[in-house]
Ligand binder design. Structure first.
Ligand code: B12
Length: 225
């Protein structure tokens, strides 16, 4: 039963069906979309982690493979991203408890030239769920934007995201600008093409492959400091 619902969520992400009101894709007009199906799964007590992994992320992976194989193009992927955001907004209420005492502040952003934000938003949501105050700078953030933000939030950590091999190189100048503005800032890097070796090369404090890794690494780095 829940498998079927999770499969439907994945399918709706893949085809970009956000909610029942959405006119796209025309063949699914009037049918429930990601928003309603995620709510239905939550109402049926399907764990939010499963909805995220087997529903939302599974759908995004399918469209990712099709994108790589030139079976779909940017507009379709954008619709899928929009549907994914709708689902994440529903899950936020489960993952994030606004009454928790704050563990600290982390400034998050996607580096200059890069418009990908789904992974970064997931990391933001899970960090908030773990008690961090997240200052989200958005996408395509120049080094100066991060430098200004760390000045505004003394003692904060920073998380940089990049999804393109052509933009991950912008992490180095960004980290340099951050360390000039606030020396010894803990800077995490992540995103599909980023590795631990690359993190060391660009002078980051550490790399994590996923949100849970980011939470654990922050704990480690801040305990060690
Ligand atoms: C969605 C998507 C888009 C959407 C983005 C919409 C949005 N709002 O984000 C749109 C359509 C805009 C897009 C555009 C482009 N894209 Co694109 N896109 C993707 C796609 C299909 C999915 C990315 C995604 O969201 N994954 C799901 C999330 C959950 O995973 P994630 O981002 O990796 O994040 C996880 C981890 O990496 C980590 N993480 C992420 N950030 C951080 C940060 C920190 C601090 C930490 C600790 C962890 C962490 O945690 C996350 C959760 O587990 C990928 C293919 C793929 N399979 O990855 C291509 C892909 C990234 N895109 C690609 C390309 C080439 C492009 C374009 C250049 C295409 C074009 N010709 O225009 C443009 C570039 C636009 C730009 N300037 O940025 C290539 C990149 C190739 C490369 N190696 O450089 C990919 C790999 C597709 C491919 N195989 O060709 N894209």
């Amino acid at each position: 039963m829940s498998e079927d619902l999770l499969h439907q969520i994945a399918r709706c992400v893949e085809v970009g069906k956000s909610d029942a009101q959405a006119k796209y894709p025309p063949a699914m007009a009037g049918q429930p979309g990601v928003s309603e199906l995620v709510q239905q799964a939550l109402d049926q007590a399907v764990p939010a982690e499963r909805i995220l992994k087997e529903g939302l992320t599974a759908g995004m992976s399918t469209i990712g493979v099709k994108f790589r194989n030139n079976e779909v193009f940017v507009p379709e992927v954008l619709m899928a991203a929009r549907a994914m955001h709708k689902g994440m907004a529903k899950l936020r209420a489960v993952f994030v408890d606004d009454s928790m005492p704050s563990r600290g502040t982390i400034v998050m952003g996607t580096v200059e030239g890069d418009m990908h934000d789904i992974g970064k938003n997931l990391v933001c949501m899970m960090l908030e769920g773990a008690g961090w105050k997240v200052v989200d700078l958005g996408v395509d953030c120049a080094p100066q934007k991060f430098a200004d933000a760390v000045r505004q939030h003394p003692g904060c950590a920073v998380g940089l995201s990049a999804l393109l091999t052509t933009t991950m190189v912008n992490m180095k100048p960004t980290i340099e600008a951050i360390q000039t503005a606030q020396p010894d800032t803990v800077v995490l890097v992540g995103g599909a093409p980023v590795t631990g070796d690359f993190a060391r090369q660009v002078g980051a404090s550490g790399f994590a492959p996923d949100p849970q890794g980011a939470i654990e690494l922050l704990e480690q780095l801040l305990t060690a400091a």
